[in-house]
Design a protein around this ligand. Structure first.
Ligand SMILES: [Zn+2]
Length: 121
């Protein structure tokens, strides 16, 4: 039930706006920059994104406690690496929210239960 709710929210047009924003910032996977952020479900139902620190380095990172109301972690992968890595799956299981991989080709979520969901292609 909860998983279904997640998938509906994470496939929404509003969520896709944020995936596109990450993709643009990563140079559509052509540049050596990973971009990442928390997707947050605000009290009024809006989905917002809290971007991770990047500073132009290869990997985006986050330190500290997860913000409240996080419904997913989204991040970009280089072109042709469309599938969540084993680390992405591990993080999803550990923190209990989907870890979403955004590429030019598709948007795929590693779910906390270990399954993969294609959110868009
Ligand atoms: Zn990844």
């Amino acid at each position: 039930m909860l998983a279904l709710l997640f998938v509906t929210l994470l496939s929404s047009q509003q969520a896709n706006v944020w995936y596109d924003a990450l993709l643009v910032e990563s140079g559509y996977g052509r540049l050596p920059f990973e971009r990442a952020g928390f997707l947050i479900l605000e009290r009024d139902g809006a989905i917002t994104m809290q971007p991770w620190d990047t500073r132009g380095v290869r990997h985006a990172s986050y330190r500290g406690a997860m913000p409240e109301r996080v419904i997913a972690i989204a991040h970009t992968h280089p072109r042709n690496e469309t599938r969540p890595s084993s680390r992405d799956r591990e993080v999803a299981a550990r923190v209990g929210v989907p870890v979403i991989v955004v590429t030019n080709e598709s948007v795929i979520a590693a779910m906390p239960d270990g399954s993969l969901r294609v959110l868009s292609r």
